[in-house]
Design a protein around this ligand. Structure first.
Ligand SMILES: O=C(O)CCC(=O)C(=O)O
Ligand SMILES: [Fe+2]
Length: 262
């Protein structure tokens, strides 16, 4: 965990010139880095730099080759996270009264898409006027997040923002939109945001574990009933990601677009 965070620090410390090589243009480019979220749509940028890498076991692992060693340690990290996510999804399947491998099969987890999503929030002179990342829910099934010991993550609970303390060597697990859809709303995706501070540079790294891109995700029929009909329409994960990208990050606005009107 520490080695990946160190590698990240090294990556964000590269010169602008060096980072430009990894900029990427399109949503599904395997490597992208930049500032804010979607600068072509936003009027006000967020106080954040990011590095996003798409990892798919069916394709060769593409990753920045700088700084030295970052690629190898990240590959190992993502593999281990994949195993942890798989175990958690088994437990979640069982908690829904489904067989342990239900979610694994329904999402074609063998060919899952993992997104390595790293954030850098430099100290901000007027933190009360800026936002690191606005309120949003993540798009996959489960995101496992670590922070560099500096707090800033907040989660929405009963209408209030609650600080999530950065406990050393711990993961924060965010339930995400595809899990909400598949579980027919039994698991809700968690709305969270990142605030900035004036003193220290904050880094966070989320590994978003999702279905395979081509798999149609819809509520599990076993979790539908007369009283609780399917609450979402089916869509491929790829379609969902494209939908999110043309939206601005805004709470659960993306999920709202796939709600069924019963
Ligand atoms: O920086 C954080 O703690 C949150 C990051 C986040 O929510 C994301 O990358 O989706
Ligand atoms: Fe997030």
């Amino acid at each position: 965990m520490e080695a990946v965070i160190e590698g990240l620090r090294g990556f964000f410390d590269l010169t602008e010139e060096e980072k430009r090589e990894f900029e990427g243009k399109n949503l599904l480019d395997p490597i992208r880095c930049g500032t804010s979220f979607n600068t072509s749509l936003e009027k006000v940028f967020f106080w954040r730099d990011f590095l996003k890498i798409l990892l798919n076991p069916d394709h060769e692992f593409q990753f920045p080759y700088k700084p030295a060693g970052f690629r190898e340690v990240s590959l190992d990290y993502c593999k281990r996270i994949r195993e942890v996510a798989r175990e958690l999804l088994k437990a979640i399947s069982m908690s829904l009264g489904l067989e342990p491998c239900y979610i694994e099969k329904a999402t074609n987890l063998e060919s899952d898409l993992q997104v390595f999503a790293a954030n850098l929030y430099p100290p901000c002179p007027q933190p009360e006027l800026a936002m690191g990342l606005p309120p949003h829910s993540d798009h996959g099934l489960l995101t496992l997040l670590v922070q560099n010991g500096i707090g800033g993550l907040q989660t929405q609970h009963n209408g209030n923002w609650v600080n999530v303390n950065a406990i050393p060597n711990s993961f924060l697990v965010n339930t995400a939109d595809q899990l909400e859809i598949l579980s027919n709303g039994k698991y809700k995706s968690n709305v969270h945001r990142a605030v900035v501070n004036s003193k220290a540079t904050r880094m966070s790294l989320g590994i978003a574990n999702g279905p395979s891109l081509e798999t149609m995700i819809k509520p599990a029929p076993e979790l539908e009933s007369k009283e609780q009909p399917a609450a979402y329409i089916g869509m491929t994960y790829k379609g969902y990601l494209e939908l999110q990208q043309v939206n601005q990050l805004d709470g659960k606005s993306c999920l709202d677009r796939v709600r069924a009107f019963n």
